[in-house]
Design a protein around this ligand. Structure first.
Ligand SMILES: [Zn+2]
Length: 255
């Protein structure tokens, strides 16, 4: 079944039909969803969703755009939350210089601090990176990531950056941008990266894949990402779904 490793169902855009849409996942071949925190509240909301739906899991952490809001007390709360049995990752953490020019320094500190936290609590981490690849790779290289390591969410960088990420022992997650017209870069990345290092995601409600582009995204559309990967790799879509599911289960240690 399809495994969506990165979703935001706590988002207000799901307020009207959250339960209806999530309850329909199993019958639509979506087997697992990880809901990702971006600050204290959304980390708590992610855990609440994971407690409510057996097929949902949570990641907890501070997104780079919220990094300047993270107090020491918040950090300790995140550490506590990481012990919850359905928390399977620290995230999303990383750098975003597109939105956060004035908080770059704070972002780098919060990123490094949360990578260290992931190692301490023995969880993998999910990385957000926008317009900050050089610093992002540098921080990852300079960090003791521990055994579990991390994955790049919604990867949209070059093949060369993908190689650097794989060399660090990390994984790459592909989202709906792969299906966007003229996206040569991500097409090259998918052809280059072995299927054993790939996972798939929606980042919903954002970034709906073609032919749903512009609509509110949900895990019900993630099959379009699997289909595009299958097309690019000349594989059967069922194989792509099965392998990416196994990759995610192994990486996040979910049975
Ligand atoms: Zn996200």
């Amino acid at each position: 079944m399809l495994f969506d490793v990165h979703a935001h169902y706590d988002d207000g855009r799901f307020d009207e039909d959250r339960d209806i849409i999530l309850s329909s996942m199993p019958e639509n071949n979506v087997g697992h969803i990880i809901n990702i925190g971006y600050n204290l509240k959304s980390s708590m909301d992610s855990i609440a969703l994971a407690e409510k739906y057996p097929f949902m899991y949570a990641a907890v952490g501070f997104h780079p755009s919220d990094a300047h809001l993270m107090t020491d007390e918040d950090f300790d709360r995140i550490k506590e939350m990481a012990k919850h049995p359905k928390v399977v990752a620290i995230g999303e953490i990383g750098l975003d210089y597109y939105y956060g020019k004035e908080t770059e320094e704070i972002q780098r500190e919060a990123f490094a601090r949360q990578i260290a936290l992931a190692k301490e609590v023995n969880l993998p981490f999910q990385v957000h990176n926008r317009d900050s690849t050089r610093d992002c790779v540098e921080i990852l290289k300079g960090s003791d990531m521990g055994e579990r390591r991390g994955m790049m969410h919604c990867f949209s960088e070059s093949k060369e950056t993908a190689k650097k990420i794989l060399d660090l022992g990390m994984k790459i997650s592909i989202g709906g941008v792969l299906t966007f017209k003229n996206n040569v870069k991500t097409v090259e990345v998918v052809k280059y990266v072995p299927l054993s290092d790939l996972m798939i995601e929606t980042d919903c409600p954002y970034l709906a894949p073609v032919p749903y582009r512009g609509k509110r995204n949900s895990s019900l559309y993630i099959h379009a990402v699997a289909e595009k990967i299958a097309e690019l790799k000349g594989m059967d879509v069922d194989e792509v779904i099965a392998v990416t599911e196994k990759n995610a289960k192994d990486f996040f240690e979910i049975d």
